[in-house]
Design a protein around this ligand. Sequence first.
Ligand code: MN
Length: 432
Amino acid sequence: MADPPARPLVEDPHAAVRSQRHLPERLVIWDETLRDGEQMPGVHFSPDEKLAIAEKLSEVGVPLLNAGIPVVSPEEAESVHRLAHAGLRADVLAAARTVPADVEAVIRSGVKHIAIFVAASQVHLRYKLRMTEDEVVDASARTVARAHEAGLHVAFVTEDTVRAPLDFVERLYGAAREAGADRLVVADTVGIMTPLTFRAFLREFKRRVRPTDWSVHCHNDFGMATANTLVALEEGVNSPHVCVNGLGERAGNTSLEEVVMALESLYDYRTGIRTGSLYELSRLVEEISGIPLPPNKALVGYNAFAHEAGIHSHGVLRHTLTYEPIQPELLGRKRLFVLGKHTGKAALVEKLKERNLTASEEQMGALLSLVKAKGEARGKGPARELLTRYRAYFENPGISEEEFSAMVEAVGITDPARPAPAVPAVPVRSGR
Ligand code: MN
């Protein structure tokens, strides 16, 4: 197998387009795996597990990580405290609502970075927070000022920024900055931005707020989190929020590995991340979170560097650039040739070579027939069995109905006719 040359074999037809890109000189990759990633249904990290992931993130070169929200539970407070005092190379951040007790809990934890968050959109203010715009501005300014006075680096975050009225966004972020916020975070909390609409929003945000140090927090509800995050970086955002394996609420957050590898390989930008350890990091988070990687997940999925089709295997064996955008070794992975129905001779020659064997033309034909026949005859039994168990678990990864009923009984709630409290139907408007 020929090594790909250091320089591209062919003229890059997109060099002119690429030369128009502007990225900030330095990026602070902000990892959210231990906060938003942990909020993924069914995921829970113990203090030991948080520490193991944080150590790996730090080792890989992630400069900033959110350890969690100390006010959530005593265990969470312990996790944050341990990470803050673990001597990690990465800066450790903890999050707080615009509630004084939350901020005090972060200060007590010993971290040097805080993210103070509040919602910004009308639907959140009216139905969730039940606060007026004035009250939100007030609570934000007061809590940001307190954290700033305590000597913390303060990031000010609003949830659902992209659906909030821009005049309010301008006023709120202005107040937070005046109170001492060091970094401003824009969130597409429900993942409704597209690269074009997000670009337009960020340009307007820049025009009105003039941020210097700012972040975006994108969700993958329509599969555009990575694309939107890259657009944001092109607009000057210097601290993307990411999660390993794209973990996070609902369809998850922007994938750490996608953003890092896109920057390294497609933008020729040095992120400071040791990419050769990314696959190890991904596997560790897969194990600890219990959320299996989809086979077709970009870069870290089981099939991201696997080939079965004869034409593809043949091409890759002649030169890997034929059917692979980058070398798997860049992420610390290996390519895999899968034998099956679509296998061609070239892959068999390679497989035999690994065994120091050669075959005659006739033997090769016979071997190929055997492989194809086996590939076609292989039942889907093992896959179906796995799928049945996978669905049984992931269709409700939390506490089961039976377990919950037992808890209801345990605390003495006995009236089965008691009606559930009515939940008001919220009209949802798309767009900003
Ligand atoms: Mn989120």
